[in-house]
Write a protein that binds this ligand. Structure first.
Ligand SMILES: Nc1ncnc2c1ncn2[C@@H]1O[C@H](COP(=O)(O)OP(=O)(O)OP(=O)(O)O)[C@@H](O)[C@H]1O
Length: 264
């Protein structure tokens, strides 16, 4: 049997304020799988991603459970061990990742520096690699992007650049938290398509947090539905959509926003 890419067992997270943000949450994903995590605001979706990456905000603590990444228990990793994994084998993209680009440096110089922090390669090779990844995100003039300051680019271009940067390291697991929510619908579809291709080409496992059930249905192999810090349903996407077990899942399906994902 193939080793799971990620195996989360009975994970609980509490914030100092006292609220339990995750309660006894378990699921397993295979390499190359796309998992959509849906649920209402406050259900714990972002907390889950942060816990996987050992990046809980101050006051947040894993109180029980384990996270296995390729068979290794990672929750108790030291900062040095995390340094080997974070941004490299497990990468994360947030809704506003594009706005975290350094505004006073050209995209190219920060991109090349990020690549060379991970790979021992020449600037020229890193540059070519960056161009390739930017094109792969559907950005048609990658040279111009490399030569621009972030504020010379549109929000969609910046976000796609940030996603390209995250996937350049060829992570085995990509965590995305509403990566396309701030983009217009056309750009949103383009980016989702590229993420799907990335999985097909490189076998990248993706956990995609979204409030949008239509996006999850379109993208994911498995969908997890979260409510009050627990996973109330975790099922193959096709089955969950056609035959939801939980009343709460049914409600989410009925509330699917208007987003035509069918006719592309
Ligand atoms: N830094 C924090 N300190 C204290 N409580 C927090 C913190 N971050 C989140 N919480 C609480 O943990 C619970 C889960 O929040 P989380 O942000 O993970 O949910 P979410 O499903 O991602 O919501 P959204 O869709 O709005 O981003 C909520 O009750 C929230 O108030």
């Amino acid at each position: 049997m193939m080793k799971p890419l990620l195996d989360i067992r009975n994970l609980s997270v509490t914030y100092q304020s006292g609220s339990a943000a995750l309660q006894d949450l378990s699921f397993t994903m295979k390499p190359g799988e796309i998992v959509g995590i849906v649920g209402e605001s406050g259900s714990g979706k972002s907390t889950l991603l942060r816990a996987i990456l050992g990046m809980l905000p101050d006051g947040g603590q894993c109180t029980s459970g384990e996270v296995f990444f390729q068979g290794k228990s990672i929750l108790s990793y030291s900062p040095a061990e995390w340094g080997q994994i974070r941004g490299k084998r497990i990468a994360i993209v947030f809704q506003a990742s594009g706005s975290y680009l350094n505004p006073i440096r050209k995209v190219g110089s920060q991109y090349i520096e990020a690549i060379r922090a991970h790979f021992t390669i020449s600037k020229k090779t890193a540059y070519d690699m960056a161009l390739n990844m930017l094109s792969g995100m559907g950005l048609h003039d990658p040279q111009q992007i490399m030569n621009a300051y972030p504020n010379q680019l549109s929000g969609g271009m910046k976000q796609r650049t940030a996603i390209a940067m995250a996937v350049t390291m060829e992570p085995e697991l990509l965590l995305t938290d509403e990566p396309t929510s701030a983009l217009d619908v056309t750009t949103q579809l383009e980016v989702l398509k590229r993420l799907h291709e990335l999985r097909d080409r490189k076998g990248t496992g993706i956990i995609m947090v979204t409030h949008n059930m239509a996006v999850a249905a379109h993208m994911a192999d498995q969908i997890g539905v979260m409510q009050h810090g627990t996973l109330v349903e975790y099922e193959k996407a096709a089955k969950l959509i056609t035959n939801p077990r939980e009343e709460y899942t049914r409600q989410l399906l009925q509330a699917v926003p208007e987003l035509d994902l069918g006719g592309q």
